[in-house]
Design a protein around this ligand. Structure first.
Ligand code: S3P
Length: 162
């Protein structure tokens, strides 16, 4: 069994994954890190030099290679819901948890961060956010609202419902 965290950019997947990993003594795998390691390029570089379609292909490959993994926490990129095949790979022996955060909160968190190519234009990001909500909800086995909650509270909610 493994835990997969999904949600929009800035929903706290990385932070929650690290904390969950510590509490449950499980390895934490960051899909974006895997892609960066394998390609030797930053996410920004991949988007700029090779385009989003190529990035999504790398995401599919990363998800496939993680399908056999067990007993770990996987923190995904916010766009994994754009390709159902990624979700299918991740679902193998995995419980999908959607960290549901409002756009207002996400805007605050990503204010001074510029390593999110798809958050550069707020209007486009908002549209993407609205479009993806239905997908996150559809694929989730558990939905955890995060606005106004501490990391510990979110982790507690996940563990107690697992
Ligand atoms: C993306 C989210 C990013 C990263 C890439 C694309 C997206 O990950 O995978 O920039 O499409 O939402 P985070 O959700 O960790 O920011």
């Amino acid at each position: 069994m493994k835990i997969i965290l999904i949600g929009f950019m800035g929903s706290g997947k990385t932070t929650i994954a690290k904390s969950l990993g510590k509490k449950l003594s499980l390895d934490v795998i960051e899909m974006d890190d895997l892609i960066v390691k394998r390609s030797g390029k930053s996410i920004n570089q991949i988007f700029k030099e090779d385009g989003e379609v190529h990035f999504r292909e790398l995401e599919i490959k990363a998800a496939k290679s993680l399908a056999k993994k067990d007993k770990c926490i996987i923190s995904t990129g916010g766009g994994v819901v754009m390709n159902k095949i990624i979700i299918d790979y991740l679902k193998i022996n995995g419980k999908i948890i959607f960290l549901k955060t409002s756009f207002l909160e996400i805007e605050k968190r990503l204010k001074n961060i510029n390593d999110r190519p798809l958050f550069e234009d707020k209007k486009t990001a908002k549209k993407l956010f609205v479009f993806r909500q239905r997908l996150y909800e559809e694929y989730a086995d558990l939905i955890v609202a995060t606005d106004g909650k501490s990391v510990d509270k979110i982790v507690y909610e996940i563990i107690s419902q697992n």
